[in-house]
Design a protein around this ligand. Sequence first.
Ligand SMILES: [Zn+2]
Length: 268
Amino acid sequence: MSFWMIAAAVVIGSIVYKMVYGTTCGNVESCRVDDSNATDSKKKKKKVLVVTAHPDDECMFFAPTILGLRKKGIEVNLLCMTTGGYYGKGEERRKELISAAGLLGVGPSHVATLHHSAIQDGPDKMWNPGLLATFIDNYVQNLNINILITFDEYGVSGHTNHMGVFYGVRWQIRGCLMCLDLKAYKLTSTSMLRKYSSILDVPFSYITSNIRFVSGWRHIWTAQRAMFAHWSQFVWYRILYVIFSRYMIINTLERFEEEVMPRTLHVI
Ligand SMILES: [Zn+2]
C-alpha cells in the first residue's frame, strides 16, 4: 500500500470518527478556550454574537457553528436584524426563531430581533451599514461580546440582506474604539457545487480551511429539527436543502482582515 493511500485512509478515518463522535472545531479561538489550562486572566469568558438577517439564517447557515460553540459551553447570542416580515409573517417568524434557537442551545434571553423601519426584510432592500453598526455596537457593548460571527461579502446565497449584515459588522468593527479584544469572523461562501455537496464537502473543507465546525450525526439531526421549527417557511425544496446543503453539516470561517479594523484612524 502506498504512502498516499495510507495517508488518505488516516484522513478519511479521522473525519468519520469526528462525524460519529461529535462536533469538532478548527482553531477558532473561542472554540478552544475552555480546553486550555490558561491562568484566570487568560480565561476571560468568551461571549459570541452571531449576527444574521432573517429568522432561519441561524439554522440554514450557522447551525454547526452555534452547536459547536454551545457544546464547549460558550455563551452564544443571536441578533437577527429583521423579523423576516417580507410576507407579513414577522411576529410568527420571531416566535419560530425563539423555538429554533432553543433547539440549538440558545435560550430566549440570548435571542434578539430588530424591527426598524429602515431595516426591512427584502431582496430589494439596501441597508445603511452605519445604522446596522449602531445596533450591533449596542449589543457588543451591553453584552460584553468579544467574538462576532456573521456572513461574508457574498452572504452564502447572494441575498442583499445577508451582504448588508456583513457590511454592517464591518462598519462596526472599523469604528469601535472600545473593542480592542473584539474578534470578528465571517462564514465562508462556497461555489454552488460545494454548497450542495453535503457530507462530500467535508474533506475539501478540512483541506481549505483551518477554522471550521463539523457536526456529528446528533448535531446534524438537531440542526434539521431546528430548521423545521421555522414551519411558516416550509416549502418542498427546503427538504432538498436540508439533505444536500453542506451548511447543515459544516461551517468554515475566516477572520475579518486586520486592515478593515484601523481604529486609530477614527480618533479625531
Ligand atoms: Zn436569510
